[in-house]
Design a protein around this ligand. Structure first.
Ligand code: SAM
Length: 219
């Protein structure tokens, strides 16, 4: 996948790109490009935002600035999906991640301050996605959330099979995963369930399915 992120803060992504699983797929299954709106802004001194028409607090990311950034990279309207990250978008779920992870190319648009000129969302983007019903100061964290979730679903990102039975996966019918335990088997009197020490894989599988079902029943 070729994934392009447009942002005012490209250096914010440095930490994430050094972490696995993203680092494992970069340069292979995933090519990541970071673009700063300022570099292609048609306005003086790299201006990217402006006062809102009608008045009100805060600055709004300009549509001509985002159009210029997209034109500079794609030389016209992109043929692939362009996702605007906004609290008003479609809620991000594992099903949305799975869907986006199949795309050969994807563009993420982030904003800051009061957000996008609405024409960016309606005319330049094909999708609008929210990472949850709360407001962050910028689209960089939402872009990183999406980037990390997509990277996990690309071939070679995780050890064989480890992404298949995670919470919200198809294998668990969108439900929650069973609890995990590791050594020591007893700590401060807190015991690992006997079944996990039994070596009986049929019993262990049954216990895990039951635990998963119980968690889903209360969630
Ligand atoms: C301070 S927010 C703008 C909030 C906007 N004025 C509103 O009330 O919906 C600035 C930018 O951060 C990003 N952002 C903040 N919260 C987000 C969320 N929950 N999901 C996706 N993007 C978000 C978006 O790119 C947004 O344009």
């Amino acid at each position: 996948m070729l994934l392009d992120v447009f942002t005012q803060v490209p250096h914010a992504f440095a930490w994430l790109t050094e972490q696995r699983p993203l680092a494992s797929v970069l340069g292979g299954e995933l090519e990541l490009r970071l673009f700063n709106y300022r570099d292609t802004s048609p306005l003086r001194s790299g201006q990217v935002d402006d006062d809102p028409y009608g008045g009100g607090a805060g600055m709004v990311l300009r549509v001509d600035v985002v159009a210029a950034a997209l034109d500079a990279v794609y030389e016209g309207a992109p043929a692939h999906r362009v996702v605007a990250l906004t609290p008003q978008g479609r809620p991000l779920t594992q099903a949305v991640v799975e869907e986006l992870a199949l795309e050969p190319q994807l563009t993420l648009l982030s904003s800051r301050f009061e957000g996008f000129d609405e024409r960016i969302v309606t005319q330049l983007a094909s999708d609008a996605i929210s990472i949850g019903p709360y407001v962050l100061s910028g689209g960089e964290l939402p872009a990183m959330v999406l980037l990390d979730a997509i990277a996990r679903r690309l071939p070679g990102a995780l050890a064989e099979g480890s992404g298949e039975n995670e919470s919200f996966s198809e294998a668990l019918e969108g439900g929650l995963e069973y609890p995990h335990y590791t050594r020591p088997a007893e700590f401060r009197g807190w015991l690992v369930p006997d079944v996990l020490l039994s070596g009986d894989h049929a019993r262990i599988d049954g216990w895990r399915r039951e635990q998963s079902r119980a968690r889903n029943a209360v969630s």
